[in-house]
Write a protein that binds this ligand. Structure first.
Ligand code: P6P
Length: 344
């Protein structure tokens, strides 16, 4: 963690972070700065979503079979356009695209970028906070160290455990727009001043509070959960804890990160696509797991496995997710294990 004064710009923060590593060539700095430009562009579009006629359905469906909102497409294209020729990325993976996305010939680089361009987009029309989630790994398919090379990335570059992430974070488009990220040296939050288009350090070295203040789970799915999950949620509700569920992962995660809480998205029997849970490992659970671990919390699945240690086999793989205060999450996984004899 580098100790910078509140108010330092995110670009200055990233440059000073790079200084800590003499061997760094500036590729990650460049990648993050390109992502920041994309975030500012997206912010401008999100903030006027209520005005332009980009609300409502695009009439198309994404690889998950979900309605694609115009803003989803716009956000997805903004990131892809920005990153395809930045020279630092060998390939991209987006929730909105079935296959991995190649970069321009001769513009490949040493990192991969996996992202959910606009998580929570079903909330756009009701003006609830939404977010972009990103995860960066170093490629494994080539030892290429130079930017602007012409060795394209491949699936294997994405099928890496979260433990190997180089950086991860999100941009939250809420009452203010914030960028929260980690490169493995703590978690810091930067708030956008839209009048000058700069992100300023506003939340230094974020640590999740010791007290677990909120339970965040969609109890509307209670009847579809495994029996041990039903028992756990009933058990934790008997504690002195408030319930908060926005239905927008980045917003629910951010509130718990700042105020303390546990978020669960269990597997459920209602929807065949949710047998392994609804959330995706590579561009939702793993980046948030990196962040929460850096902030003193933990992220697990419902079988006692740490999300950061899961080795993906498919790029759009889903996972049950239990994330938040370490004591609470570990108690939950212990509880589920002790009650696992109940019918699944
Ligand atoms: P449910 C949004 O669609 C999302 O992917 C996450 O942002 C959010 O946590 C979850 O789905 C909400 O799902 O089934 O509770 O509406």
């Amino acid at each position: 963690m580098i100790d910078k004064p509140l108010g330092v710009t995110v670009s200055r923060y990233i440059m000073d972070l790079q200084q800590m590593f003499p061997e760094a060539k500036g590729d990650l700095t460049g990648l993050l700065n390109e992502l920041i430009v994309a975030a500012k562009t997206i912010n401008a579009e999100v903030n006027k979503a209520g005005l332009a006629d980009i609300l409502g359905q695009s009439g198309k469906k994404n690889v998950q079979g979900e309605e694609v909102q115009n803003l989803d497409e716009l956000t997805n294209n903004t990131i892809k356009k920005r990153m395809e020729s930045c020279g630092y990325v060998c390939a991209m993976l987006s929730e909105e695209d079935e296959d991995i996305i190649p970069v321009r010939d001769g513009y490949s680089g040493k990192y991969t970028l996996a992202f959910d361009p606009l998580d929570g987009s079903s909330n756009i029309d009701v003006n609830v906070s939404i977010g972009t989630i990103f995860s960066i790994h170093k490629r494994v398919s080539s030892s290429t160290e130079t930017p602007y090379c012409n060795v394209p990335g491949s699936q294997e570059d994405f099928l890496q455990p979260g433990r190997k992430q180089v950086a991860a974070g999100y941009i939250l488009y809420g009452s203010s727009t914030m960028m929260v990220f980690t490169t493995g040296h703590g978690v810091n939050g930067f708030t956008l001043d839209p009048s000058v288009g700069e992100f300023y350090l506003s939340h230094k070295d974020i640590k999740i509070p010791k007290l677990c203040k909120y339970l965040s789970v969609n109890e509307g799915n209670h009847r579809y959960w495994n029996e041990n999950m039903k028992e756990y949620v009933d058990y934790i509700k008997d504690k002195n804890i408030s319930s908060r569920y926005i239905g927008s992962l980045v917003a629910d995660f951010h509130r718990n990160l700042i105020s303390g809480g546990i978020f669960l998205y269990p597997r459920d029997k209602k929807d065949p696509t949710k047998k392994e849970g609804k959330l995706r490992l590579l561009y939702e659970a793993a980046p948030l797991a990196f962040l929460i671990e850096q902030a003193g919390g933990v992220a697990m699945n419902d079988e006692g496995e740490n999300i950061m240690d899961l080795i993906p086999t498919k790029v759009h793989q889903r996972t049950p997710l239990i994330i938040g205060n370490k004591a609470e999450v570990l108690e939950a996984t212990e509880f589920l294990k002790e009650h696992s004899s109940l019918t699944r």
